[in-house]
Design a binder for this molecule. Structure first.
Ligand code: DAT
Ligand code: MG
Length: 135
């Protein structure tokens, strides 16, 4: 089924100038880019985006990191976009991510892991709305 997912190129990857390589990979994987914008989140906007993790020990440092620099927020469209993008990124911890995945190539730590992807149809719809809802 053709579906959409929300992807973010995180501040660590933007700082290391990996945006071009990651966007190239997105296109090589057959995604259509139906939205793409550069933002610098406030701490409050990062907290809102990661609200599902608010009880986690890493919530404070994750939202500090996500509001520490520019990010690129994309809507990606493809057959099985959600699962395919998560496979392209690799698992959360770059140290455990398979060679060839984006997190293996560009991630630095479990927190500074280069990219984000939605994990289910409901979260994809919510996350796309979070950044792209028409006023
Ligand atoms: P994912 O981004 O693979 O969906 P997640 O939803 O479990 O992973 O966590 C969201 C983000 O929070 C993740 O990309 C990086 C950060 N994170 C997760 N687990 C962490 C941990 N144990 N320590 C620090 N940051 C963590
Ligand atoms: Mg997640």
């Amino acid at each position: 089924m053709v579906e959409k997912t929300l992807a973010i190129i995180k501040p660590d990857a933007v700082k290391k100038k990996a945006v071009g390589k990651i966007v190239q990979r997105i296109e090589e994987e057959g995604f259509s880019i139906s939205g793409m914008k550069q933002l610098h989140l406030t701490k409050e906007e990062a907290e809102g985006f990661y609200i599902v993790h608010k009880e986690k020990s890493f919530y404070g440092s994750l939202t500090d990191f996500m509001s520490s620099g520019d990010i690129i927020v994309l809507v990606l469209e493809r057959e099985d976009a959600i699962a395919h993008w998560r496979k392209t990124m690799g698992v959360t911890d770059p140290a455990l991510a398979e060679p060839g995945t984006l997190r293996h190539s560009f991630g630095f730590s479990v927190e500074r892991n280069a990219c984000h992807g939605s994990d289910a149809p409901e979260t994809a719809a919510w996350e796309i709305d979070y950044f792209y809802k028409k006023p």
